[in-house]
Design a protein around this ligand. Structure first.
Ligand SMILES: Cc1cc2nc3c(=O)[nH]c(=O)nc-3n(C[C@H](O)[C@H](O)[C@H](O)COP(=O)(O)O)c2cc1C
Length: 347
């Protein structure tokens, strides 16, 4: 018998595929200025970086999606192959299902089996117990754990959480007692400066901004219940703005940009605004579903190659030189920065 959690995971995969991957259009308000006096060559560009002490060929990640129901292992298998072949990071989807039903652990473990040396993150709700978090980390020998905060999604779900009062206490316990780093991860509503401060105050160093403009889980939950879209699905801080909000608190660790990232230009803009890694979910799922594992691997390789070409056009060799890149903020993004982040970030 398929339980409600397994059914929900399948629904999420199917509804995302039905809706198609969403591109966060707020990135169009960030305009990169080319350097026509650039002396760079493609061969000399280097996108390599070290995140949590592991080397990546580029600051890219396949974000948390699957595992957690029979038949979903093929997704994590494909994502892990694409991550290994391109030497980028990956997170598995929420592991609660695998912890309550040991028959499902292989749907997550496959990601570690395929990519034994890769940078791999565990994933759970920030409301889970410390014991559950420890099990999630050990299940896949995770390098770090993402704890997701998703109030809007939970409130959109009939069976979702309604009470979030333990969140800060719970995350603080995780930071203090887990052996791996904790990443607080929003899922589509975007972390604000205020929320990032609250998390930093309890010891959180690493943030996945989970901005607005990409996969919208309130909308997906409403579709699951055959309901019209509600006001909940319209609340959110667009991804590039959320990156700037979080950067403005000067977090001691890494910032991951997620939410509607589908191309190399958006990745580079995220890095220039302050992110250390850009992550994608819906786009990866769609590409795999339509074209299979080999094509997904190639698609990511193409994206990395395009990033290198953009580096040449911008006149920079590596990420350390990104401070030298000029950009202009327009329209809504500019208005946000004027109202919320008056002093442009030192990058
Ligand atoms: C099918 C699907 C399942 C997801 N499951 C999880 C999950 O279990 N835990 C989590 O933190 N985020 C989950 N996410 C959210 C993604 O990690 C990501 O934050 C979100 O989709 C925004 O990125 P995107 O616009 O590139 O899709 C899921 C996304 C999709 C598309």
């Amino acid at each position: 018998m398929v339980n409600i959690r397994e059914q929900r995971k399948w629904d999420h995969v199917k509804k995302t595929i039905e809706a198609g991957s969403k591109r966060c259009h707020f990135y169009d308000d960030v305009v990169l200025l080319p350097d026509s006096s650039s002396l760079m060559s493609y061969e000399r560009t280097d996108l390599g970086c070290r995140i949590f002490d592991k080397s990546l060929s580029a600051p890219l990640m396949i974000n948390a999606m699957t595992g957690g129901a029979k038949g979903l292992e093929r997704y994590n298998e494909a994502f892990a192959i694409a991550a290994r072949e391109n030497k980028i990071a990956m997170a598995v989807g929420s592991q609660k299902a695998g912890i309550t039903n040991p028959e499902l652990t292989d749907t997550y473990k496959i990601a570690r089996k395929i990519n034994p040396d890769g940078l791999l993150f565990a994933n759970l709700s920030a409301l889970e117990s410390l014991e559950t978090m420890k099990k999630a980390v050990s299940m896949i020998e995770a390098d770090a754990i993402q704890l997701h905060v998703n109030h809007a999604q939970e409130l959109s779900m009939q069976e979702g959480d309604r009470d979030f009062k333990e969140i800060l206490k719970n995350i603080e316990k995780a930071v203090l007692h887990l052996d791996v780093p904790v990443i607080v991860k929003d899922v589509g509503t975007g972390l604000s400066r205020k929320s990032a401060f609250a998390f930093k105050h309890i010891g959180v160093s690493h943030f996945d901004v989970g901005g607005y403009g990409g996969t919208n889980f309130s909308e997906i939950e409403e579709k699951r219940m055959n309901k019209e879209s509600s006001a909940l699905s319209e609340i959110g801080i667009p991804t590039p703005i959320s990156v700037m909000e979080v950067k403005s608190i000067e977090p001691p660790g890494y910032i991951f940009a997620t939410g509607g990232i589908t191309d190399a230009g958006q990745v580079i803009k995220s890095l220039l605004l302050g992110a250390d890694v850009a992550a994608m979910a819906g786009f990866i799922l769609m590409h795999y579903e339509q074209h299979g594992t080999d094509s997904l691997t190639e698609k990511i390789a193409d994206m990395i190659s395009e990033m290198k070409k953009i580096f040449v056009i911008l006149g920079i060799k590596n990420l350390q030189e990104s401070n030298a890149v000029e950009y202009v903020l327009k329209n809504e993004v500019r208005e946000w920065v004027q109202q919320r982040i008056p002093v442009r970030q030192e990058r």
